[in-house]
Write a protein that binds this ligand. Structure first.
Ligand code: 13P
Length: 251
């Protein structure tokens, strides 16, 4: 079985002083663990945190990227820049980007293309709102978001990404999906991957995100189609994040 991927999304949190202590504790705590560990940090700190992670088994990622290649796009950050400073992954289409910055499925696809062209692995986020779940629309919404990306990728590109199922109602609320609820959606996503990629569907990791913490991680990871986690709030606490990584290592 593939190793689980435990990814931190620090969102818009951090400072030079706090990052140094947090990243060092994570490097130390992750050293002997049997999972993949990734820290997705704010742009200004990529260089700092990348330096701290150098030579460790913890990878560096960003939280967004520009859909443009290079040039006169004030305030934007390109895929090539992220690669240049040592990123291996980049989060794309997080619900906070979709909600606060109006990111459409088409923009998410454009960003996936840019990321892959720079040999970055995009972590594509999908998930339904509370209203959509209550209306019984979860599967349609989630599979629609995935199809909008997969429809623009050839099979080789479709294998080179990570999916993150993050129900919007579970993000930052302390109300994680139950393992069974999450597994039901992950199984639908896996079904879509099998339809597209056949035997190679297992090559695409499906992470769960939304109020993952030290107490609920192990039960989520016990589900057959949950391949890891994208962790927000709990990733800012070294002890909690390491506990999640330990759970992801099957211990
Ligand atoms: P929380 O873990 O804080 O709910 O955030 C989840 C998330 O949005 C990760 O991308």
């Amino acid at each position: 079985m593939a190793r689980k991927l435990i990814a931190a999304n620090w969102k818009m949190n951090g400072s030079l002083g706090n990052n140094a202590a947090l990243a060092q504790r994570i490097v130390d705590g992750a050293a002997s663990l049997a999972c993949e560990v990734l820290l997705c940090v704010p742009y200004p700190y990529l260089g700092q945190v990348g330096g701290l992670l150098a030579g460790s088994r913890v990878a560096l990622g960003a939280q967004d990227l520009s859909e443009h290649d290079a040039g006169a796009y004030t305030g934007e950050v390109s895929a090539a820049m992220l690669k240049d400073v040592g990123c291996s992954h980049v989060v794309v289409g997080h619900s906070e980007r979709r909600k606060y910055h109006g990111e459409s499925d088409a923009l998410v696809l454009a960003k996936v293309h840019r990321a892959q062209a720079a040999a970055l692995v995009p972590i594509v986020c999908v998930g339904e709102s509370r209203e959509q779940r209550e209306a019984g629309d979860t599967e349609r919404v989630v599979l629609g978001q995935i199809e909008a990306v997969f429809g623009g990728l050839d099979d080789a590109a479709a294998r080179r990404l990570v999916l993150a199922y993050e129900p919007v109602w579970a993000i930052g609320t302390g109300l994680a999906a139950t393992p069974e609820m999450a597994q039901a959606v992950h199984a639908s996503i896996r079904g879509a991957l099998v339809a597209r990629l056949g035997d190679e569907a297992g090559a695409v990791a499906i992470l769960y995100g939304g109020s993952v913490n030290a107490d609920n991680a192990a039960a989520l990871f016990a589900m057959p189609d949950i391949d890891g986690a994208l962790v927000g709030g709990a990733s800012l606490d070294a002890e909690a994040f390491i506990s999640i990584c330990v759970a992801g290592s099957g211990r």
